[in-house]
Design a protein around this ligand. Structure first.
Ligand SMILES: *Cc1c(COP(=O)(O)O)cnc(C)c1O
Length: 435
């Protein structure tokens, strides 16, 4: 569904590549959301990226708020990251043997995130979550996992579930290919509802290995935890001997140097990282309390492995990124710039009388095309997807690459200067006028 003003710039280069892509890749992509199915139109095929900009094969330049879905907090092709990866590459790209660099990187992460005493590296966030939950099950000797509706934790079978009917229910698979029995090892709760969590644990607490959540949800659009929610979950899990697992794949090193756990002052038993921790290369990390991580093979009985885990290029990119983020004032700058974007978007949407609720934590921001506040998936689900789709197409037209789905976060990077943000706000004003 496209109207005339969007199709005029949907130029031939993107469409030609999309046509070729669809012959050899399901939906033309290697990860579903990239296909623009939620908004319509053809995705921009990227030729290169630099700073806050993507350059399309269509010859146009776009201000980018996808940022590879989170990793590019320094901006694209940040010189310090490029240099680190080039240097690492000359020493060989993978050995299948330990390196001093991965030890130093692990030490750095344990310094920046005090709840992590010991960690294991993987090649993706999905694997990090799977590793964390396996060790949670191995450590507690229990089978059930609790998750929240609207939180995304990667592609593991037992996490591709949503709530069935009722308050706290066994997960119903949201993907074909997931057996009901596997979905049934996961229980699903509404986000920001402490009472529902309390009731579930009162009933089944002894069977629950872990409760996992995005401490700030990014994957239903940005939904912050209400005051007391994280603290309450910490208390409930502790009381029932279940582990509290923070999936900080998106929030880690994003909302604060120490992640959401530093921002809100709540300490999980295990944490998962990805995205920024790999500086744009494929990395995941899971870790936490020493006595738990000591269950991981070869030290303990919980098996988990990876041929490219701790890959030297990925470690180099991740280290260069975290070192840059440690510089004083970095998160203050990100906060100021992101607040400027939020205020600007709010103003132009009001001026155009488009009912939009802006929700933001640090440099993660979502314009919900719905009345706020958005506290749960039920709230988010009320958003006007068609209006978002029109706005998104208009943003692309204006040269802004906003995430192509309503229930996603846009990411501000250090490369988004005030001038670039102001240009974005102008573009958004034009786009809201077309909704
Ligand atoms: C992206 C994401 C994942 C999955 O990470 P991949 O690297 O895509 O496997 C898991 N959890 C959260 C919160 C994420 O945002």
């Amino acid at each position: 569904m496209r109207d005339t003003w969007s199709s005029e710039f949907d130029n031939q280069a993107n469409q030609m590549w999309m046509a070729r892509a669809q012959e050899v890749l399901p939906g033309g992509v290697n990860s579903p959301v990239r296909a623009f199915r939620a908004v319509g139109g053809s995705p921009i095929f990227v030729a290169r990226a630099e700073g806050a900009y993507l350059h399309g094969v269509d010859g146009r330049r776009y201000i980018d708020y996808v940022g590879s879905w989170g990793p590019m907090i320094l901006g694209h092709a940040a010189p310090e990251v490029v240099r680190a990866v080039q240097e690492a590459m000359t020493r060989g790209s993978s050995y299948g043997a330990p390196t001093s660099a991965e030890v130093e990187y692990a030490e750095l992460i344990t310094q920046l995130v005090p709840s992590i005493e010991m960690l294991r590296m993987t090649s993706s966030g999905t694997e990090a979550v799977m590793g964390a939950l396996r060790v949670a099950r191995g450590f507690t000797g229990r089978d059930l996992i609790v998750k929240f509706e609207g939180c995304y934790h990667g592609g593991a079978d037992y996490l591709l579930v949503q709530a069935g009917s009722g308050l706290a229910t066994f997960g119903v698979p949201t993907s074909a290919g997931v057996p009901a029995a596997i979905g049934g090892t996961t229980l699903v709760l509404p986000f920001n509802d402490l009472e529902a969590a309390r009731a579930l644990f009162a009933q089944r607490g002894k069977e629950i290995a872990a409760l996992i959540l995005e401490p700030v949800v990014g994957n239903m659009g940005v939904v912050p935890p209400e005051p007391g929610f994280l603290e309450g979950l910490r208390a409930i899990t502790e009381e029932h001997g279940s582990l509290l697992v923070f999936d900080e794949v998106m929030t880690g090193f994003r909302v604060a140097l120490g992640g959401a756990q530093a921002l809100y002052g709540v300490t999980p038993d295990l944490s998962c990282f990805g995205k920024i921790v790999g500086g744009g290369l494929p990395v995941g990390v899971y870790g936490g309390r020493r006595e738990i991580m000591q269950k991981v093979a070869p030290l303990g009985p919980v098996y988990q492995a990876g041929t490219l885990s701790g890959n030297p290029l990925a470690v180099a990119a991740g280290r260069a990124t975290l070192e840059a983020l440690r510089a004083p004032g970095v998160y203050e700058v990100l906060e100021q710039r992101s607040a400027r974007l939020e205020a600007g978007l709010r103003e132009v949407s009001k001026r155009c009388r488009v009912p939009v609720t802006l929700q933001r934590v640090g440099s993660m921001i979502t314009p919900f095309f719905a009345a706020g506040p958005i506290r749960t998936w039920t709230d988010a689900d009320r958003a006007d997807r068609a209006a978002f789709g029109k706005w998104h197409a208009a943003m692309i037209h204006e040269g802004v690459h906003w995430p192509p789905a309503q229930f996603e976060a846009g990411f501000v990077s250090l490369a988004h200067t005030e001038a670039i943000l102001d240009a974005t706000i102008d573009a958004a004003g034009h786009a809201f006028a077309k909704v």
